[in-house]
Design a protein around this ligand. Structure first.
Ligand code: MLT
Length: 399
């Protein structure tokens, strides 16, 4: 008899952002005259940088002529882009090689896909609250998940503690959803823990481009020893507006070697290569060509202008909570502002309250875990006028 993967039945009925979209669509259908401002999902609003667009047009032309046409590309990505990724890391003080770099269609897919490489009985440690993909993908595989509390008391940057047992540890810094970011010293503690205990760190750096504080590393590989115990995921989604274009990179260092059950040293890089060459045909040439131009000096400068715009939005939003004396996290080094719901409201109640009374959409903290129950997330990825208007509406509503 056909059997289902019944782990899917243990998941929440719908993915967080699908649930939000559903509620907002119902509201809009019932209130067609109201202007709704969406600061819920962290989706960018600024168009792709000029340098990216120009390269994309060129790549389209390449596909029009037999001499420059491209069919299947290398599953790990084209060398011209992998090389740019290596240079980008170098700028941030992290040394990786081209062999470590795998071009992907974004950090979301690979943070889930990577679970293919590890046995079912690993203890997976996930912070709560957390980007739902880490939890959902491990639940789909029926894994043993353990949560570590991220809360106001630890500044949403939980640390290893005496007696902690974990084989696979997810860290997202700057964090989605809380906006909190780990310092160099804190990350060193995690790397030391992983090296000592034979654990693997899965480091999501998707928001690294928002870091302005030099005490906060952009990459886990800025920490000594990390190449022996960490895989890093990053993406051009938030750095360069690729949420719809889809391009990211996963770093699996060749130094990362794990013992098999029979005591052999196994290269995780070789396993990931095997997995990708079997299950993935690579990111489209046109997208990779545009991504390489994006990571050129000129491209990076253009990205920085867009990032500066979002950072200004973040400041505008954060200042509203600052002025009201409402506890919040993020807003600097991050595009997310994570604040405590007023009057101890539960986050889904606050979601409805805000939508109905101010027509502003945010993301309820409960969607990211139990510790998010009284928190709410707003994103800085909106356009400026909408952000200012949303803040004015929130300010009025909470007066
Ligand atoms: C979010 O809003 O949390 C992000 O947009 C989700 C993502 O990057 O997949």
């Amino acid at each position: 008899m056909l059997q289902l993967n019944e782990n899917y039945m243990k998941l929440k009925q719908s993915y967080l952002f699908a649930e939000i979209a559903h509620r907002v669509n119902d509201y809009v259908a019932a209130n067609p005259d109201k202007k709704v401002i969406r600061l819920g999902i962290g989706d960018v609003t600024k168009p792709l940088p000029q340098k990216t667009i120009e390269a994309m047009h060129q790549a389209v032309s390449h596909m029009a002529y037999a001499e420059t046409f491209k069919g299947y590309g290398p599953e790990q990505g084209y060398d011209f882009l992998r090389e740019r990724v290596v240079e980008y890391y170098k700028k941030n003080g992290a040394s990786i090689t081209m062999k470590d770099v795998f071009i992907s269609d974004g950090a979301k897919s690979d943070t889930g896909n990577i679970t293919d490489l590890f046995g079912p009985d690993n203890i997976v440690l996930i912070p709560d609250p957390v980007y739902p993909v880490y939890m959902d993908t491990n639940m789909m595989n029926g894994r043993n998940i353990k949560f570590m509390d991220a809360n106001k008391e630890n500044g949403f940057t939980p640390m290893p503690y005496e007696g902690l047992e974990a084989d696979i540890i997810y860290i997202c810094s700057p964090n989605n959803p809380t906006g909190a970011a780990y310092t160099r010293e804190q990350l060193k503690e995690w790397v030391d823990f992983a090296l000592k205990n034979g654990s693997l760190l899965l480091f999501d750096a998707a928001y690294e481009c928002f870091i302005e504080d030099p005490a906060i590393p952009h990459s886990i590989y800025e920490i000594e020893g990390a190449k022996k115990c960490a895989i890093e995921f990053c993406s051009l989604s938030k750095t360069a507006g690729f949420t719809g274009t889809r391009c990211g990179y996963t770093i699996v260092p060749t130094e990362l070697v794990v013992k098999s059950s029979t005591g052999e040293d196994v290269s995780v890089n070789a396993m990931w290569t095997r997995r990708q060459t079997t299950k993935f045909n690579g990111v489209p040439y046109i997208v990779q060509y545009a991504a390489a131009a994006t990571l050129s000096e000129e491209g990076i400068e253009q990205c920085k202008a867009n990032i500066a715009y979002y950072k200004e939005n973040a400041k505008i939003i954060a200042s509203c909570f600052e002025n009201k004396g409402i506890t919040y996290f993020g807003g600097s080094n991050s595009p997310y502002i994570w604040f405590e719901c007023p009057n101890n409201m539960e986050s889904w109640d606050f979601f409805d309250y805000l939508l109905q009374n101010a027509q502003v959409v945010g993301t309820p903290g409960a969607g990211f875990g139990k510790n998010g129950n009284n928190f709410f997330r707003l994103t800085a990825f909106g356009d400026r006028d909408n952000t200012i208007e949303a803040v004015a509406r929130i300010d009025k509503l909470l007066s």
